[in-house]
Design a protein around this ligand. Sequence first.
Ligand code: NA7
Length: 298
Amino acid sequence: MRDIGFIGLGIMGRPMAERLLDAGYALTVFNRTPQKAEPLRARGAQWAHSPEEVAHRSALILTMVSDSAALEEIARGPEGILRGIRPNTIHVDMSTVSPETTERLERAYREREAAFLHAPVLGNWRQAAEGKLLIFVGGDPQAYQRCEPVLRVLGHRIWYFERIAQATHMKLIANSFIAGMILTLAQAFVFGRRVGISPDRLLEILDASALNAPMYQSKGRTMRERNFRPNFYTRHMLKDVDLALEAARRANVPLPVLSVIRELFVTAVARGFGEEDYSAVLKVLEEMAGVTPQEQGA
Ligand code: NA7
């Protein structure tokens, strides 16, 4: 499987596609906004005019798109993958989407004698560029075996789940940690500032303690610098929190903490921070407390 189709060249998709090119794979790419494919075309990737055309040309297709609606569109739309798919083709979606979507697509591909796997990832664009993503993959075991070498180029740890929705759910659980952790850190920053404890001192003490997490240090630094350039959009975090709440509701599991977290991300998007990094939720807590960024506490 040296010929791969890749659809979705956003913050995450582009470095993933570049890494596959670096590893010697021949890529056929498609992106809704064609300009985003230019850097890859300059490096030898072939352009396809639609997901359907990608499917005509590739036995393995990877996708990394925004949400369930985008995935449905590229899979089942009028120029979607399923229109061009041949038997034995494997489509591995790596986006964060709903369990109903992945289960539905798995059935639709099976009817066409093809396979759909879900392989959402944990990690940012830098880890994508370095092949250091964590991958949760679910679906048909034979299809997984066939595409595992390709996934190993993108991720240094892979966890396989037999049922596709287990991988989908695992990603939603992981992202609910991220949403909670960023708010725990943000409220500590705001509280600390008000009472005269600087972010630097707070991070130093966290670092020395059992409470620390690498994420607190990396996000703590960018929040302290007020750098909200998106590694992961606030609007995507809200989407993922909503997906987790909906999936939990279907499973009859209350997620009371995540419900509160949701309101803060809704506020962040309503305040216009949707296109910023999700750590911009700090600004919501600052506004609630009436704490200004200047009130540094140090
Ligand atoms: P980005 O940078 O917003 O990229 C999203 C990609 O999805 C981008 O290529 C979009 O094309 C594409 N997209 C969005 N909607 C559609 C539709 N309707 N049809 C086709 N393609 C579409 O997100 P990230 O790379 O940060 O995240 C990707 C996933 O990983 C997401 O699920 C996160 O939650 C985790 P565009 O360039 O806008 O035309």
